[in-house]
Design a protein around this ligand. Structure first.
Ligand SMILES: Nc1ncnc2c1ncn2[C@@H]1O[C@H](COP(=O)(O)OP(=O)(O)O)[C@@H](O)[C@H]1O
Ligand SMILES: [Mg+2]
Length: 323
């Protein structure tokens, strides 16, 4: 086990040690375990190759610990992207891998991305998967905390975070970027706060990240044009169209037995976000588990959709009350 861990990041060595463990288990006559290990190893080697070089980590400044969190990208499964976004992300990944050549040719490398779109459509998920694909560590900046922190120190903290991202190849993720845009708009805010927000924008402007700076927002048109301009690429995460819903349903029910064709329900899921459709699928599958059935029935899915509609109308009513 120690040898296995020591080989982390070196694929050939990892394989050799894993093979050795399997062989030992076979010799000990632990055939079931050996077979299962072999299957896992074979399956792992079919996946996309791991990033060639894992980026070295430099220590994170203590003072920024309250505002930035290192996130281990979890691969919570596959992501469904529009064709346009698949093209954009493949381009960005290729550009990153050839960054030195591109720079040597005197051309700029895109590194500041703005993700826009309604909630639950994959902005956060995509950032995690993107960082994983690039083999870069992911750091999430907690903007709300940064802004509400003691104002005198905020500018210093922002500088530390950006100084860090300038040296450390990473994906620096400004999630809920709306908080920033809102506070810039809000005229009732303290002048000092506005100054801090502006200084954050200037930092974004100046930074040339070694990896990527990604900001995500649920707002679209209402975002200040002064904010837009600072990004090399603006990427839209819209609610899924029918083709994407079909793809998503096929993924969610990939390993689940159903007494019906989930894809035939694409029409009734039109207009929902991925997160909502995911919740519908999970509820339908859970109904079968609770009743110890081997199959998910059409009625399970219909009930889950009905629950989501009810939930939505509740949210709409709440919004109406707020208006
Ligand atoms: N494009 C997508 N493909 C697959 N699953 C998705 C997608 N978008 C959202 N999901 C599901 O919904 C969850 C919430 O999405 P998230 O990325 O947090 O949305 P956002 O950041 O846009 O609000 C994800 O963890 C995932 O389970
Ligand atoms: Mg999000």
């Amino acid at each position: 086990m120690k040898k296995l861990l020591a080989s982390y990041g070196r694929d050939d060595e990892f394989r050799a040690v894993a093979e050795q463990i399997i062989l030992e288990e076979e010799q000990k006559n632990n055939r079931v375990l050996a077979r299962s290990l072999r299957q896992t190893l074979d399956h792992a080697s079919n996946r996309a190759p791991p990033p060639r070089a894992l980026a070295p980590l430099i220590p994170f400044p203590d003072a920024a610990n309250d505002f930035v969190e290192r996130v281990e990208p979890e691969h919570k499964g596959d992501i469904v992207l529009s064709k346009a976004n698949i093209r954009i992300f493949s381009g960005l990944i290729q550009e990153f891998r050839r960054a030195d050549d591109i720079r040597r040719s005197g051309l700029p490398v895109r590194s500041k991305l703005l993700f826009c779109g309604p909630p639950g459509c994959g902005k956060t998920l995509c950032t995690e998967i993107f960082a994983g694909e690039l083999g870069l560590p992911l750091f999430v900046v907690k903007i709300d905390r940064l802004i509400s922190s003691y104002l005198g120190e905020t500018a210093t903290n922002i500088r530390k975070i950006f100084e860090f991202a300038r040296k450390q190849p990473c994906v620096l993720f400004l999630d809920e970027f709306d908080a920033l845009a809102r506070s810039r708009d809000d005229t009732s805010e303290h002048n000092e706060l506005r100054r801090v927000v502006n200084s954050l924008l200037i930092f974004i402007d100046r930074i040339k990240p070694k990896g990527f700076l990604v900001a995500a927002t649920n707002l679209d048109q209402s975002l200040d044009p002064a904010v837009w301009r600072r990004f090399d690429e603006v990427i839209w995460f819209e609610k899924p169209d029918r083709e994407m819903i079909e793809h998503f349903l096929a993924l969610k029910f990939k390993n689940i037995k159903t007494a019906f064709d989930p894809v035939s329900h694409v029409g009734s899921l039109d207009g929902y976000s991925f997160a909502e459709i995911e919740r519908i699928c999970v509820q339908a599958i859970k109904a079968a588990v609770i009743e110890r059935r081997k199959e998910v029935r059409e009625l399970d899915l219909c009930h889950a959709v009905a629950d989501e509609i009810r939930r939505r109308s509740g949210t709409a009513r709440l919004q109406h009350l707020e208006d």
